[in-house]
Structures are given as C-alpha cells and as structure tokens.
Design a protein around this ligand. Structure first.
Ligand code: AMP
Ligand code: FE
Ligand code: FE
Ligand code: ZN
Length: 279
C-alpha cells in the first residue's frame, strides 16, 4: 500500500513525524509520503523513523497556492528543499500564516476565552501554523468539542474572524516545484465542499506548465467527481494518485484509506530529484 499524503506536527497533524511513520507501519503501508503544509521541516525525523519502522518514505510538501482567488493545494514530491526561489516563497507563506493566525486569534479572543498564547501552545516548534491550531485551542477552552465543529462555525472562510494569508500563484508554484526538481500533483482538486474549486481549463493550463498528476482518490471527492477527474487526467496525460490526507486525531482520515498505484510512484520517483528512502 502506498499513501502519498500525510501531515505531522511540522504542520497541522497531531502526530510527530516519528509517530506518523510508526502509524504507517502499523497500518501496513509499504510507502508513505510526508506532505506537511509549506514545509520540509519534518523530513529528517521522518527519515530516521521510517528506516526504523521499515517503511519507505516519499519526502514532500503540500504547498498553499491561489489561482484567481481560489485556494489550491499543490503536493510537491521529491524536490530539493534548498532551491532558493521555492524556499523563499514557502518561508514567506509560513511567516504570513503566523501573522494571520495571531490576528485571527486576537479577533476570536474578543468573543471567546482564548488568547494567541493558547494557540501557540497548540503548535509544534517551528511548525507551519493554520486554523486547525486555533481549533485545538477552542477545543481546549471547551468552546467546541472537535476541530470539525470549529471549522463549521468560527473558522469558516465566511466568518468575521477569518483573515487570509499570503500564498503563491498556482501556475508559478507548478513551475517552481519543477525547477526545484520536484513533481507537482494537484491535491484534492475537486473538494468543492471546502470552498470554490478551479475549472477544467485551469487544470489544462497547469498541465501545460508541468503539473504531473491529480489526486483523484481522496475522501473529499464523491464518485462522480472522481470519474470526471480521472477522465480529465487521461485526456491531459496526467497520472492519478490516491491518498488519505492523514492528520492524526485532527481528522477522521485513516492511513491507507486511499492508495496510489506502484507504477505511478515509479513515475514520480523517475521524475523527482530525490530518492524514495527505502528501509
Ligand atoms: P488553513 O491552513 O489555516 O487555511 O486551514 C486549512 C487546514 O485546516 C487544511 O489543511 C485542513 O487540514 C484543515 N481543515 C479544514 N477543514 C477541516 C475540518 N473540518 N476539520 C479538521 N481540519 C480541517
Ligand atoms: Fe491540513
Ligand atoms: Fe489539502
Ligand atoms: Zn493535506
């Protein structure tokens, strides 16, 4: 089983990178991708743990991007994290996420019993912060009982507490990931219940710019969406992946609930500049 999309405490997952690798081994995964939001900070710990637990590690990230005002998550696999242009842009996104989250925490703190420090207490050292960390502070304060409940109310994009953060243009990011030797894959491109999604013309443009694949098998896609995306991928010469988008206890997603075919992983490894780390 190959699951190419998971999160650790390096971003908004609840398991440390080491724990994600241990959980992957327990779930029977042969290969796991660690794809924290806008960071490679979890790679080294994950690499050591993957070797110990006997799972192969695909080093990746999930880059927050925007296309004409629409949020698009771009998975980047096996790229060189030292590439200056991409590294600088991810650093900008991470620091903007921090400012933005502090502002949201202050706004929410006017109406609910949480402070920015309470939110910081929920984040890992140097982690990419996001709304899930405010959700955790709201849960700790007893305002809501789950992350999901916080997202359905206080944290939703239409809420008066919502503040956006910087993110690069999706087309730029596709090119930047390729320039860094990585393989870009559009994460959950049809997850329409989370917000607006881009149309097929935009995906066609991204494909022309170097997009490698579409993450089709994902719990946020219904059957009709998966069929439509699979057909589109076929027409555009893109490969198709499936993955869990595991966030530990932060989401119900289970490791290995969706998987990627071995020949697709072979193509990603072939096109990527880094190796898959095998035990
Ligand atoms: P942000 O990065 O601040 O825009 O927050 C978006 C992140 O929150 C996504 O990466 C998801 O992992 C997470 N998220 C979105 N909706 C939910 C939900 N209903 N329950 C738990 N986590 C969520
Ligand atoms: Fe997330
Ligand atoms: Fe995502
Ligand atoms: Zn994700």
């Amino acid at each position: 089983m190959i699951d190419l999309h998971t999160h650790s405490t390096a971003s908004d997952g609840t398991d440390a990178p080491e724990e994600v690798m241990a959980a992957a081994a327990r779930a029977g995964l042969a290969v796991v991708g660690l794809t924290d939001h806008d960071t490679a900070a979890g790679w080294d710990e994950a690499a050591r743990a993957a070797a110990r637990h006997g799972v192969a590690l695909v080093r990746g990230a999930e880059i927050s991007t925007t296309s004409s005002g629409i949020s698009c998550h771009l998975l980047a696999y096996l790229y060189d994290p030292a590439t200056p242009e991409l590294a600088a842009e991810l650093e900008l996104t991470r620091s903007s996420r921090l400012t933005r989250l502090a502002r949201m925490a202050d706004l929410i703190g006017q109406d609910y019993p949480i402070t920015w420090q309470d939110v910081l207490d929920q984040t890992g050292d140097g982690a990419t912060v996001g709304r899930p960390h405010i959700a955790d502070a709201l849960v700790a304060a007893g305002v809501v009982t789950t992350r999901d409940q916080a997202f359905a109310t206080i944290l939703q994009p239409g809420s008066k507490y919502y503040v956006p953060h910087h993110s690069p243009d999706t087309l730029w990011a596709v090119r930047a990931v390729r320039a860094a030797g990585g393989v870009p894959v559009f994460a959950h491109p049809g997850a329409s219940q989370r917000g607006r999604v881009v149309g097929e013309e935009r995906i066609e443009e991204l494909a022309a710019a170097g997009l490698g694949g579409l993450e089709v098998d994902h719990r946020d896609h219904d059957d009709a969406t998966r069929r439509r995306l699979r057909d589109l991928a076929g027409a555009l010469g893109l490969f198709v992946t499936g993955s869990s988008d595991y966030h530990g206890t932060g989401k119900p997603n289970r490791l290995g609930e969706h998987t990627t075919a071995p020949d697709v992983l072979a193509r990603i490894e072939d096109e990527g500049t880094l190796e898959v780390l095998r035990p």
